[in-house]
Design a protein around this ligand. Sequence first.
Ligand SMILES: Nc1ncnc2c1ncn2[C@@H]1O[C@H](COP(=O)(O)OP(=O)(O)OP(=O)(O)O)[C@@H](O)[C@H]1O
Length: 362
Amino acid sequence: MKLDKVQLTHFRNISSATLLPSRSLTVITGKNGSGKSSLLEAIFYLGFGRSFRTAKHRSVIQHEQPAFSIFAQGTNDNEATFKVGMERRNTDQFTCSIDGEHSHRLADLVSLIPVQLFTPQSTDLVIGSPAERRKFMDWGLFHVEQSFHGLHAAYTKLLKQRNALLKQNATLKEPQHNYWQEQLVVVGEKLDLQRQRYMEALKPVFNAISSEFLPEFSVEISYYKGWEKEASLAEALDKKYEYDFRVGHTSSGPHKADVRFKVNGINAQEILSRGQLRMAVAALQLAQTALFSKQTNRKSIFLLDDVGAELDIDKRERFIDGLLAMDTQIFVTAIESQQLEFVDKYNDKKMFHVEHGHVTEE
Ligand SMILES: Nc1ncnc2c1ncn2[C@@H]1O[C@H](COP(=O)(O)OP(=O)(O)OP(=O)(O)O)[C@@H](O)[C@H]1O
């Protein structure tokens, strides 16, 4: 899919802006604090329903305003045009509309617009908590497996139920609790199977790309399902039952899943420099884009924030070349256009400049 128009109102320091991006490469430059990341943040909102900088929607609403809104128009992968809009109020009320139909279901909106992001914090994907890597895997699954969203929501609910019972010191072996435990196992195993399949498909794509990005290392990714490899989820829960009962929460299951990065058998973060870690992340994201495109026949949108600070010139170019080769619509921010001299070679691009929240096309 491609975005042809993005309009923001009362979003951070941007009172009102309209961006008519390129379907290929859009470059946004501006000084620190000018508002260029806010433009990416707005597009990210369309793809995730949240910010990549804060969990508080209110912080994103322009000071002294009651709400922000984002409107976008584009073409989906069947060449049909669409219009979407969303609004977040300072009362925490959320509304969105898709082709004029109002909805309060975020999943309806975000399933339409597949967005990925690379920022100065992207190394968290390797060195941050497992939750970051689960989000990464689940992005792929959300856009590929129709049942994933429902399964994930059901698992989260059942897990909450089990944890609440553990906190109340209820013995889960009692027959009235069996149903919840059994459901948790059924849903949890299905979730795990989807993640396993996804990671198996991602591995070879990642291997090929990482050998190009980090030719001096052999980086391997592996999937950890959240409990012992050989055991079923029922067995794992059973084995940890006494412990879970003592601590009052469930210590194994798909909510503990992870993706592990190893270089020559050693944890990647112990070997790779920060720059190399960024390249590993870039390779992983390129692999995800390629797999998304292959599995769904759709195109994603890629946001690259502060690209100059992130990758050296050669890798920057390779990253963008790789994304464009997959017909990804890219939005790049940089403080100065000198950091992006290589973009001269791309014909199909648009350049914008942001100053104090005002966006102008160059
Ligand atoms: N809710 C808000 N209302 C008004 N202004 C805000 C709000 N939140 C943040 N700002 C301001 O909006 C600007 C947002 O800038 P943004 O982070 O998009 O800048 P940037 O151009 O990406 O800068 P940098 O290069 O430093 O990352 C900042 O000047 C910030 O102080």
